[in-house]
Design a protein around this ligand. Structure first.
Ligand code: CA
Length: 234
C-alpha cells in the first residue's frame, strides 16, 4: 500500500478549511484538521504531519506563535496561507522559518505546487547545508555546483564569485522565495543586513548575464518587497 503524505490544515474559517481539505484529498494527501492554535500544536506533536498549512489569523493565538514554537524543535515544512498580503508579513513569516507564503485568495494549482515543493525540499535538504554537489537544470540554465559555474544555453555565463553563490543558493531552494535578508546574510554575512542595494546590484548583473530579457525573467523571479525565487528545475 502506498503511504500518503499527511498534511495538517490549520484554519479557523470552516469554508476555507473544507475547500483546502477537498483539494488536498483529491490529490492523494492524507488530511488532518485544526481550527485553533492549541489544537494545531497538539496535532503537530502527536501526529507528526509531513507538512503544515498554517493560517495566521487564529481565534486563540497568532499563527506566527505556532511557527516559532514548531521551529524550536523541527524543520517540518510549514506553508503559511494568509489574508495578510503586506510584504512585511511575508518577510516576517519567511524569516521565522516558513517554507513558503501564499496570499488568499489563491489558485488550486498554485497551492499544490507550493505544497509539492515544500515537501520535496524537506526530503532533499541534507545535513550538508550549503555544500551541495551535482547539477541544477531549468530550461537553458545549468548550474554546476562542483565547478562553481553557471551556463546559459551551453555557454559559460561568466558570473563573479558572489553572483555564482547567489544563483547557486537560489537554485538550491528552487521554487521557494528567499528573502532579501536571508540572501544577504548567506552571501555577505550578518554585518551587511539591511543593505539591499548590494543585493539588487548583484541581481541586476546576474540577470544581464543569465536572462535573455532581464525585464521579463525566465529563471529568477522577483517577489516585490520580499525577495527572489528561482524557477523549479526540469
Ligand atoms: Ca483565519
Amino acid at each position: 500500500m502506498e503511504v500518503r503524505d499527511r498534511i495538517l490544515i490549520v484554519e479557523d474559517d470552516k469554508s476555507i478549511r473544507n475547500f483546502l481539505k477537498a483539494i488536498l484529498e483529491a490529490n492523494e494527501y492524507d488530511v488532518i484538521l485544526a481550527a485553533t492554535g492549541t489544537e494545531a500544536y497538539s496535532l503537530i506533536t502527536s501526529r507528526c504531519p509531513d507538512l503544515v498549512i498554517l493560517d495566521l489569523g487564529l481565534p486563540d493565538m497568532d499563527g506566527m506563535t505556532i511557527l516559532q514554537k514548531v521551529r524550536e524543535w523541527t524543520g517540518m515544512p510549514v506553508v503559511v496561507v494568509s489574508a495578510r498580503s503586506h510584504e512585511r508579513d511575508k518577510v516576517e513569516a519567511l524569516d521565522q522559518g516558513a517554507d513558503d507564503y501564499i496570499t488568499k485568495p489563491f489558485g488550486t494549482s498554485e497551492l499544490l505546487a507550493r505544497v509539492r515543493t515544500a515537501i520535496r525540499h524537506s526530503r532533499t535538504a541534507g545535513p550538508a547545508e550549503g555544500g551541495r554537489s551535482g547539477i541544477f537544470r531549468a530550461g537553458g540554465l545549468t548550474v554546476d555546483y562542483d565547478k562553481h559555474r553557471a551556463y546559459v544555453d551551453g555557454k559559460d555565463a561568466n558570473l563573479t564569485q558572489n553572483e555564482f553563490k547567489l544563483v547557486a543558493l537560489l537554485a538550491k531552494y528552487a521554487g521557494k522565495v528567499m528573502t532579501y535578508d536571508f540572501l544577504i546574510r548567506e552571501i555577505w554575512g550578518p554585518n551587511m543586513e539591511n543593505n539591499n542595494r548590494i543585493l539588487r546590484v548583484n541581481m541586476a548583473n546576474i540577470r544581464r548575464k543569465v536572462e535573455e530579457n532581464p525585464a521579463q525573467p525566465r529563471y529568477i523571479f522577483t517577489e516585490i518587497g520580499v525577495g527572489y525565487r528561482m524557477v523549479e528545475p526540469d
